[in-house]
Design a protein around this ligand. Sequence first.
Ligand SMILES: *Cc1c(COP(=O)(O)O)cnc(C)c1O
Length: 341
Amino acid sequence: MAKALDEFPHLPLAHLPTPLAEMRHLRDELRARGARNIPRLFIKRDDCTGLATGGNKTRKLEYLLGEALEEGCDTIVTTGALQSNHARQTAAAAAVAGLSCILVLFDTVPYKAAAYRRSGNLLLDRILGAEVRVEDADADAVKIFGALFEEIKAKGGKPYFVPVGGSSATGSLGYANAYLELADQLDALGLDQSVLVHASSSGGTQAGLVAGAQLRGAGPAIAGINVYRKDNAAMAESIHALASKTAALLETPSPAQGSIDLDGGFLGEAYGLPTQEMKDAVELVARMEGVLLDPVYTGKGMAGFIRQIMAGKYAQKEAAVFLHTGGSSGLFAYEEEFTAG
Ligand SMILES: *Cc1c(COP(=O)(O)O)cnc(C)c1O
């Protein structure tokens, strides 16, 4: 017998279930552009998880903060890029839990617009009361975190470290749970031949979904769009490893080797750097559906989703669902991309 998700420590943070909405206008538009055999298109609104503008990290933080509280920790420490959506949601989750939060943000994205360094998520981190420490891209992370934990302990505090993107096996439980939630929503609509497509980065979302599919045995296929790493095969490998760890926590069998579907064609130059296809996808979905995507993850993810549909990848499916993982606060950091011309 598999272990039930409600046996893990858990702090409720998200508004669940998130809505599953149909994208009829986008489908009509893709048909007008010549796509044939398009399944029904849906969007799973995990941007509406409700915590400080929402996003996918909130589901992971329910389990991570649950563990932190159970261990009696009082200071949440996490890390990411300057415009990390994960850092912003962690700051909000710590506020809800009544814990301190220190964000160590590395200046790794070579995007030089002024707004990137002061607006978007960075602004919200400060409003949410987190202590923000910015480090150079090449700073020694091991040394920095070692010194930070000593500093917290010297003041009598107890730190809890949340890895990049909340992507530990514990964090990924949030997406095993999301998989069960979505599969039930699709069942209620009578759609049993479906696929879920999403932007994949630190891997906890895809790993959790895959573990959820192992747990449930039936439900939508899962297809990630790589927005993070040039080496697509290595990234698929690490997602498989994390999915296996998550499955082990849930006492359910590991996914088959080589079963991770990850499309490496939409990253562009690097993580966090805009692509023309991203901009087109953000504007198209805003204008067709009134839904705001983001420049780093869901814009590139949606570009992949659209191109896969145009190419007939899902012609055999009844429904293709895009998982909106959030991030629209990041649009303000990239305002120049959308105001020129
Ligand atoms: C973090 C993030 C992702 C990727 O999720 P991972 O679990 O890190 O792969 C996708 N979209 C948005 C908006 C994110 O903030």
